[in-house]
Design a protein around this ligand. Structure first.
Ligand code: HEC
Length: 136
């Protein structure tokens, strides 16, 4: 009996937890496509509204460098950057290709349109979704 109650609680709380992929689909996918190769991206720049999410993920992971080779700290910092960028996009601290910035302009802030939980969930999703998936 206790096992049933416990598993019910676990199932319910995982249903309540914000799903990063759902947040992505709802709030990011209108501009950032999920997957696209580098070549197709370059060939379709005029149709895209923003860099593909795979490129964003890859580039941030490459550019955010820490001294210790600690995966957890690196993940934490990349997620922190994404969470901040969503509500505070800014030319001064963007890390994408400058060509991308010229082509797309700065991302509009989603301040007031996304909750803290959703920002956390989507940032984690962006990091984990492209684990070992290279933008090439
Ligand atoms: C209205 C279009 C639009 C939407 C919606 C949008 N973005 Fe962006 N985003 C952009 C553009 C354009 C850029 C490239 C220019 C820039 O970096 O500001 C960008 C860049 C980024 C970057 C890269 C910053 C860097 O330094 O390279 C991140 C991270 C990002 N977006 C996350 C998100 C997330 C997460 C969501 C959804 C919660 C989202 N964006 C929704 C247009 C959008």
């Amino acid at each position: 009996m206790r096992g049933i109650i416990l598993s019910t609680i676990i199932i319910c709380s995982s249903l309540l937890a914000t799903n990063g992929y759902e947040v992505y689909k709802d709030k990011c996918s209108s501009c950032h496509v999920e997957m696209l190769g580098k070549k197709q991206t370059l060939n379709n720049l005029d149709k895209l509204k923003a860099p593909p999410m795979i490129e964003v993920s890859n580039r941030l992971k490459e550019n955010i460098i820490i001294k210790d080779d600690d995966e957890d700290i690196h993940r934490y910092l990349v997620i922190l950057f994404i969470k901040d960028y969503i509500i505070n996009p800014n030319l001064d601290h963007f890390m994408c290709h400058t060509g991308a910035m010229e082509r797309f302009g700065t991302m509009p802030s989603l301040k007031g349109k996304i909750s803290d939980d959703e920002r956390q969930a989507v940032a984690e999703w962006i990091y984990d979704r492209y684990e070992d998936v290279e933008f090439k």
